[in-house]
Design a protein around this ligand. Sequence first.
Ligand code: BEZ
Length: 257
Amino acid sequence: MTTDAGQDWDAAAYGQRFGFVAQLAEDLVGLLDPQPGEHIVDLGCGTGTLTAQIASRGAEVLGIDADPAMIEAARAAYPALRFEVVSAYDFAADAPIDAVFSNAALHWMTRPEDVLHRVAAALRPGGRFVAEMGGGRNTELVSAAIRDALARRGIPPERQARPWYFPTPAEYATLLERHGFEVRALWHFERFTQLVPGDHALADWLTMFASPFTGDLTAEDRAAFHAEVEDATRHALYVDGRWHVDYRRLRFVAVRI
Ligand code: BEZ
């Protein structure tokens, strides 16, 4: 995954406990509709689960990710496939490609115009950009609890980290059009997502994904921070004995004009 926030990824834990991130987006590969022989880049491929599904349709796929640990895990899991450590901000294709695919990665890239510039430049006219990311109001409850916990530590909202980018449908469609895409379809929907069961599943999620907010805390205070976020959200996110996260997805199919 490509992030601007200096996030350290634990690729093994990501694959084991957060496999649902790829599972829940398997139908996105259907929307991409990869054809045999097409050249496709999986942008922010993580551990390569969906890259492999695209390859299984006969496409020539390259998985790229800025995080070396993710690429190492992807190569180990799928040795026959091509993976490279490349940031979305540096990505360029040798020759125009047929499609760019991305799942759960674009929201870590806080300069979306720079990413879209790269994607548009890589695609042939008629090439597809098919992606899913966190959309407007994604993780609203968790984010509010994080911001309150930071404020209690004397970090006001204007000094808090902003590692995530969750655009509204209107905002992202405008960016796509500005970069030469026709938006063929766009969805914005709730995905209240059950985490792998465990009393501290939300704390595990925070450890994996929210470290840009907690990097300056001591280990002891980080544990207290996680407990505060759990306490603040339990009424809404701990349902039927299971922790959930209040995801909202933005999913789109766009074509390079
Ligand atoms: C997401 O997939 O929506 C997400 C993941 C980690 C942090 C924030 C959002």
